[in-house]
Design a protein around this ligand. Sequence first.
Ligand code: B12
Ligand code: SF4
Length: 528
Amino acid sequence: MRILLLSMPDSFEHTPVLTVRMPNGALASLAGNADPHHRIAIADLVLAQSSVRATVERLVHELQPELVGLSVMTFQRGTARRIISFIRSLLPGVRIVVGGYDPSLAPAAWTHPDLGVDFVVRGEGDLTFRDLLRALEGRLPLSEVPGLWHRDGSTVHHNAPRPVASIESGTVRPPNRAARVLSGYTMLGRPIDVVETSRGCTFDCSFCSIIEMRGRNFHRFSIARVLDDIADARARGARAIFFVDDNITIDVPRFEALCRAIIDAGLNDIDYIVQGMTAPIAAHGATLAPLMKKAGFRYVFLGIENVIDDDLAFLQAREKNSRREGGRRTGNATADAIEVLHRHGLLVVGGLIVGNPDDTADAIETNLAFARKYVDWPYIQHPTPYPGTPMTRAFVERGLVVNSRVEEYDGTTAVTRSAHLKADDIEFMRWKAERWMKLRHLPSALRHDPVFVLRHGRRMLAHTFRGTTWRSALGLESARSAFHRYRAIRSRERDYMDWPDSLPDLSILDASGEGEGEPVVVQRRARR
Ligand code: B12
Ligand code: SF4
């Protein structure tokens, strides 16, 4: 079968396409797990952000796909719908499957007959997609593909959920990067790829989609498989690798073993980026951080979330950020984690969430001051009501969601207000502070990637300070004016696909985002 797999072009403020264009790991994994006789092409549309329609048209023309699959996050829903409508206009008989976080957690948003979606894959897709292809070839009834919703005329059948894969036993085969048909992946000029070493998380943060997606569990790929995967990415040119694990720091001894294996295999000439929790890094940093440095790690994305205890409690993120002595909580682990990473020459990308329900201006300023002082690159977001998360329910119950346009749910657009502040004020505070924090990182980027930064430094600055003019820089007009210009630019940027949506209303999701309330996985959230 001829298959075209697409990831969406929509990017967000902290990963501008000038400096960061990463492949979507899901699509290469789907291609790696399909039976080998299929002809699969993967196109990450972030590589063609300024020519989405022309690129899709060319690919459809060249490949004449019988099945098109789209990987979609919630803020990309509108673009995905337009792309589907466009593809249907070119190939009316093509079959369409959607997967990823939005179709998994808000499947009801994908079932309207006018949208033209035939199949929704919920949860992990590797084996479901493989089985869907087998079913379309007549080797299996569609009703026997767990994890699949499938259309039959006006009826959508909901198959049983698929249990999470026990990846330790090798059921999920390695990704197929050779299927990618576009080029230009970059991290500040270095070719970048993504690698998975584990899946899942056993924590329960209220803002995170991962638990609704797959339950609370943690599964590890073998270290030998991970090394092969890194070597494959490297052989295809990668000089930077993002480990897309949900939470690699769940098992620190294994993470340390992985660092040693990377060093022993001589794969430590790559810049690695990883995300992790503060508590295990603070507790094990003395041995972990030097190993990470030696293995080639450069950036550690730390899920700090918030430095105020009440906010951490709301985010259900207190546990993972606790410093402990003798089993007793003795405070927040963030400063210790940052200190040990810095001591060993690693850079901290600081993930914080400001604008929580009871946040005041002082609470937000406390977090911004912390970021200013401690983090190398700020990754500050606003609470965003993604489908199915406990946080979404809390915001809905308190009537604090002020924006239901899901295409703006990109994390840096405030779509919720707090009991004390308007959404606009929350976003303004973050935006105003963050630009200067980003500016401070420029010398470090220049030292590491001088050619790229010298060549693109002006455009990088222009992106960071979008909306600012000489008048605002000189204080001749208010920062608010610059902010409103920035918002207008951001709003225009979101129009990635020059084609109408087949349904006018993007927000057909119910307020709680619960889809039809059916679990994605068999193992459901066990509340602490
Ligand atoms: C790595 C990652 C990133 C990387 C992206 C690298 C890349 N290009 O892939 C970076 C750091 C850049 C990033 C950025 C963002 N991310 Co992010 N990210 C993740 C993370 C940690 C892992 C995703 C991953 O690659 N997993 C490994 C792959 C193999 O698994 P998978 O994606 O789940 O795919 C499987 C299934 O979903 C399914 N599937 C997926 N697509 C498809 C398509 C088809 C056709 C089929 C059949 C199946 C299928 O099958 C796959 C294989 O089993 C997740 C989860 C988490 N714990 O936080 C968040 C997550 C996906 N990100 C999220 C978001 C919102 C963002 C941002 C908007 C920022 C933000 N506010 O948090 C930006 C936007 C990025 C952009 N395009 O500009 C949300 C999505 C929530 C939602 N409902 O949409 C998540 C779930 C985190 C969360 N907040 O809960 N992200
Ligand atoms: S620790 Fe990270 S991956 Fe785990 S639930 Fe919290 S935010 Fe999600």
